[in-house]
Design a protein around this ligand. Sequence first.
Ligand SMILES: [Zn+2]
Ligand SMILES: [Zn+2]
Length: 283
Amino acid sequence: MDKELKKIYKHKKLMDGVYGITSSGVVCYLITGKKQACVIDTAYGFGDLQAYVRELTDLPLIVFNSHGHIDHTGGNFYFDVPVCIHEKDVEVYQRHNEPAFHRYMEKTLKVLNKIFFWRILVPKHPESTDEGRMNFSNWHFVREGDMFDLGDLSARVIEIPGHTQGSIAIYFKEKKLLVTSDGANAATWLYLPESTDLAEYSRSLHKLEGYDFESILTGHSLKLFSRKDLEEWIHVAEHPGFSHAKKQKGGDFAPGVRPLQVWAEEDTKHKGPSIVIDPTRLE
Ligand SMILES: [Zn+2]
Ligand SMILES: [Zn+2]
């Protein structure tokens, strides 16, 4: 394999036929069936992700974007198949993949490089990929209930608005596995301009609860979460403890917003999961 690609991406087998591919703090997934494989999310796009995936499988690929953020869609343009995305996240996708925003994110990551280990993972000349990003229009819009047959494995689209309006989860019935990415995790960001209100996020979590699953995979961790974790995420969303919430710095995804990180009412020591909200949007 290309040496540069090996520096940019690493992978770990998480279950039979399920790989987590990590890059700059983001996790994408490769999930293989007998006839087809699917890639969920494409990270920032700092290297040819399709070439990396091709080292792991030669099956025909289906590519999904769990939502439109740059850390999950930046590598779309490396793929020569249409990318499945929810239409409601196209605006976010375009905003995040616009060259000025993309370069700004790369700069931010370069600053973080000084603290962490990402120095080698950010390309020296990001502008060389601008055209690829901006010309990308190879969509396949998906919505609730869409099914994909991967051979002995099915992939089903579940709409889970919350983190963004067009966030989707993918359900693999035969593996009892849900991939929720940023849409449902242990500290879901709900403070972004494209986020929904808390009630809608909570409805999305309850919808996931109705599926027969054992494991959940998210967008920034290789951990396999369980049904019990989902129940705790629901509890936080429905019993937020505002009295011991913590102000956060906010960031590039929502300029001007001063988010509030909120744990469950009784979790005053902040040991469990949290949500991050925009306090000005609470009624
Ligand atoms: Zn996101
Ligand atoms: Zn993310």
